[in-house]
Write a protein that binds this ligand. Structure first.
Ligand code: C5P
Length: 220
């Protein structure tokens, strides 16, 4: 297996972040969480008092967005303006507005350019890049492209367990509404041509990680 780029897309709660991160660790690959960049920008807008529903105001933030991400799985961090916000970007207030930020065309163009540069500079022997539009927009020529899916029920119960939430109904609503908003911008539910679907509904975490590694190892 030579130097390789692995593109992974999937909906919220499919487990793609935790699975991609662990697969990258075992393979000794770098790991790029693109959702974290959208979340960091959303966090930054909230921090600066920018109305995230105002596309022009959000777009105005992209050029001076001073953002850094650790790509090695064991040195994973997100910083904005030197401040570490790795945990803060998972807060519900950020999750609630991230889709508004992500639908702004200038934001997508700016972050896509950033992701392509990071991917082109990735350390050997490879990188796993994970998000919503990696197999189709960011790295459509990647030698390994995977759509990680799971049934809505499985995704909901995983997300509830992750959040330790009592209210599965509101978790389900939030998940469905974020997916619906995100689907208006990019299709991450249906595999594009040449993309391998990995359905994790009946698999546990360990089996899903192994299945992804098997797909990567089978790459030319
Ligand atoms: O993967 P995660 O749930 O952290 O992504 C947060 C949000 O970032 C998504 O709901 C979506 O709005 C946006 N996103 C995107 N394109 C990507 C990755 C994430 O629009 N490649």
């Amino acid at each position: 297996m030579s130097d390789i780029i692995v593109a992974v897309d999937g909906p919220a709660g499919s487990g793609k972040s935790s699975v991609s991160k662990e697969a990258a660790r075992r393979l000794g690959f770098a790991y790029l969480d693109t959702g974290a960049a959208y979340r960091a920008l959303a966090w930054h807008c909230l921090d600066e008092g920018v109305d995230t529903a105002d596309a022009a105001a959000v777009a105005a933030r992209i050029d001076d967005f001073d953002y850094a991400i650790g790509m090695e799985p064991d040195r994973y961090f997100v910083r904005v303006g030197g401040e570490e916000i790795t945990a803060d970007i998972r807060e519900p207030r950020v999750t609630a507005v991230v889709s508004q930020v992500a639908r702004v065309p200038e934001v997508r163009a700016g972050l896509t350019a950033l992701f392509r540069r990071l991917v082109s500079e990735h350390p050997k022997p490879g990188v796993i890049v994970e998000g919503r539009d990696i197999t189709t927009v960011v790295a459509p020529d990647a030698p390994v492209r995977v759509l990680l899916t799971a049934s809505p029920e499985a995704r909901m119960s995983r997300r509830s367990a992750e959040l330790g939430s009592e209210s599965t109904e509101s978790t389900a609503q939030q998940l469905a509404s974020r997916d619906a908003q995100d689907m208006r911008v990019v299709d991450f539910m249906n595999a594009a041509e040449g993309v391998t679907t990995l359905d994790s509904t009946e698999l546990d975490f360990e089996q899903t990680v192994e299945a992804l590694i098997t797909i990567v190892r089978a790459a030319p």
